[in-house]
Design a binder for this molecule. Structure first.
Ligand SMILES: [Zn+2]
Length: 193
């Protein structure tokens, strides 16, 4: 074998060993979750309501947490029907947007915000998504508008608070592990004014 050929064979042999090792290391790397890779999260300084900010004025919860195994709140305008279609939705606390996507089906457009206090807020069936992933938002900042999930429902905001980086899920479950009663949590964590 000439020197050049020998060198080439050595490099190919090294590649045959190295490539599987690199792939194996990559596969063992923890998969990124919604809560990782968002950079510095702004400090939590309390929670407001996601509609009728800051206090939820003009809205009622048509399906509280736990009723029919509901994992969130269904915020509706006091006017009923689609009277709240297009109304603003606000970030409940300071955080970073971790997810915005149109899932269609029963979810429609969904926006999720990760908060430094170990809580994630989730806003579903939105008519518009107004802030992109990775952006820092402040409590009370407008992030989207109330929608119908493309006509699946009368307009309302399905709203969840979570304590773990969970998949989207189904919105209803008997096991509430990783989910908070949003209204109870917000009431217990109102900002100092
Ligand atoms: Zn709901």
């Amino acid at each position: 074998m000439g020197e050049g050929v020998r060198r080439a064979v050595t490099w190919i042999a090294a590649g045959v060993v190295a490539v599987p090792i690199v792939l194996a290391l990559r596969m063992n790397r923890p998969r990124p979750t919604l809560w990782s890779g968002l950079g510095e999260l702004p400090p939590c300084d309390g929670f407001d309501f996601p509609v009728g900010a800051p206090d939820g004025d003009g809205y009622y919860d048509a399906q509280p947490f736990g009723r029919n195994y509901h994992l969130g709140n269904d915020w509706n305008g006091n006017g009923g029907g689609d009277s709240d279609l297009g109304d603003p939705v606000y970030a409940v606390a300071n955080g970073v947007v971790g997810h915005t996507r149109d899932h269609h089906g029963g979810w429609g457009r969904v926006l999720r915000i990760v908060h430094a206090c170990g809580v994630e807020s989730l806003y579903a069936h939105l008519d518009t998504l107004e802030v992109p992933v990775g952006v820092t938002v402040r409590r009370g900042q407008r992030i989207g508008t109330i929608g119908t999930a493309h006509g699946v429902y009368r307009a309302h905001l399905h709203f969840e608070l979570r304590t773990q980086p969970l998949p989207l899920g189904g919105g209803y479950a008997a096991d509430t592990t990783g989910f908070l009663d949003p209204t109870a949590y917000i009431r217990a964590h109102r900002p100092l004014r």
